[in-house]
Write a protein that binds this ligand. Structure first.
Ligand code: SF4
Length: 166
């Protein structure tokens, strides 16, 4: 185990403030320098939301002496907020809403970054493509969110920003 994970820290991206997220990331993952120094590393993750977690993780790996860091994400870029129960931030806070994949790679300090395509994700899921909500990837909401409900649910965040574009 080259990185010891603290299982008492939950999902960092849903924590309400940036300082809480930064603290949790630092406590959550502890790189072991003796295993990592001069190594080439691939990070596998399910998503990049704001990018702050990934950026801190890459920084701590560099500090542990890692030579190359590559990241593979098992879904397409998360470009739109979720109104159906997952506490994503508004579109403006999602890093893939504002930056290209190359810009995200540079922001995170990676040597390379690859996302799974939407087609690849659907193929892996196996069911009919129309049977899944894909709104956070393609911006097509199967049930149009009520704007008043969005504002109530997500407070001062500009919750309906993404659907206003349609
Ligand atoms: S796929 Fe749909 S329900 Fe699932 S997180 Fe994305 S927007 Fe929310």
């Amino acid at each position: 185990m080259a990185v010891i994970r603290n299982h008492y820290v939950g999902r960092t991206f849903i924590q309400p403030t940036q300082s809480m997220r930064d603290f949790s990331v630092r406590v959550k993952l502890n790189p072991i320098r003796s295993f990592l120094k001069d190594k080439r590393v691939i990070i596998l993750d399910d998503s990049i939301i704001r990018g702050t977690t990934g950026r801190s993780r890459v920084k701590s790996l560099r500090e542990a002496g890692v030579k190359e860091i590559h990241m593979l994400i098992s879904c397409p870029p998360t470009r739109n907020p979720c109104y159906y129960g997952i506490d994503f931030p508004s579109g403006g806070e999602l890093i893939a809403n504002k930056k290209t994949v190359d810009e995200i790679r540079d922001y995170l300090g990676l040597d390379s970054l690859y996302y799974l395509s939407l087609e690849g994700l659907l193929e892996a899921c196996g069911g009919p493509p129309d049977g899944y909500c894909k709104a956070c990837f393609d911006g097509i909401y199967p049930v149009e969110p009520d704007k008043d409900f969005c504002k109530l649910l997500l407070g001062t965040r500009n919750a309906c920003q993404s659907t206003d574009k349609k």
